[in-house]
Design a protein. Structure first.
Length: 202
């Protein structure tokens, strides 16, 4: 059960409560449960006719943005992406830097590499030292970039214009969807009141 829960992206006690009819799962959990178990949604519900739920796309969850090591998949509404899903990926977040934005430790964030980055957007970024960061993006008038957490106990990361030219920071893309370990999911547009626009960044 623990392995199934991890592959879905939820806590084992939550899966146990679903199994014992003590909790009602979200669509996200149901879709991923069917995928992990290798069954269709209609058979999961015991229906003879196929079910039509939402227009979703399967996104790979990887262990690192630069690898092709796929751990499992999550299903995400197709309308959260700016221009297709060919350059989309998902990754599990470690730490509580973004807890104020509802991105908890062990949450899964879905990233659209095609999105352009505006001030205030949530991004997935890589430092030259190998750090994988999910933070709010802000560009200063001097050309510097600041990555701000939404946890007052976490530090801001600032990169000067010179450090950016030296490739000390690379933006992977904008975060467009989150899935928490307790089965909650939401669009980042709901968190920020806006969504990234398509195009290039940095």
């Amino acid at each position: 059960m623990k392995e199934v829960a991890f592959r879905i992206g939820i806590a084992p006690p939550y899966l146990s409560q679903i199994e014992n009819n003590k909790r009602t799962p979200s669509v996200y959990v149901l879709v991923n449960l069917a995928v992990v178990l290798g069954v269709s949604l209609d058979s999961l519900f015991g229906f003879d006719e196929p079910l039509k739920i939402l227009d979703a796309v399967k996104i790979p969850v990887v262990d690192h943005p630069d690898t092709n090591n796929i751990l499992h998949f999550v299903y995400v509404p197709v309308n959260v992406f700016v221009s297709g899903t060919e350059r989309a990926l998902a990754i599990r977040v470690k730490g509580d830097d973004m807890i104020g934005s509802g991105i908890l430790n062990n949450s899964i964030v879905v990233v659209d590499k095609n999105s352009s980055i505006e001030n205030g957007c949530i991004v997935l970024a890589l430092s030259a030292y190998g750090d994988v960061m999910v933070r709010h993006f802000y560009r200063g008038v001097d050309g510097s970039v600041e990555l701000r957490p939404s946890n007052i106990n976490s530090p801001c990361m600032r990169f000067t214009k010179r450090e950016l030219k030296e490739k000390r920071l690379r933006l992977v893309g904008g975060v467009v969807w989150t899935c928490s370990e307790i089965g909650k999911y939401r669009s980042v547009a709901n968190i920020l009141g806006k969504r990234p626009k398509g195009g290039d960044f940095l």
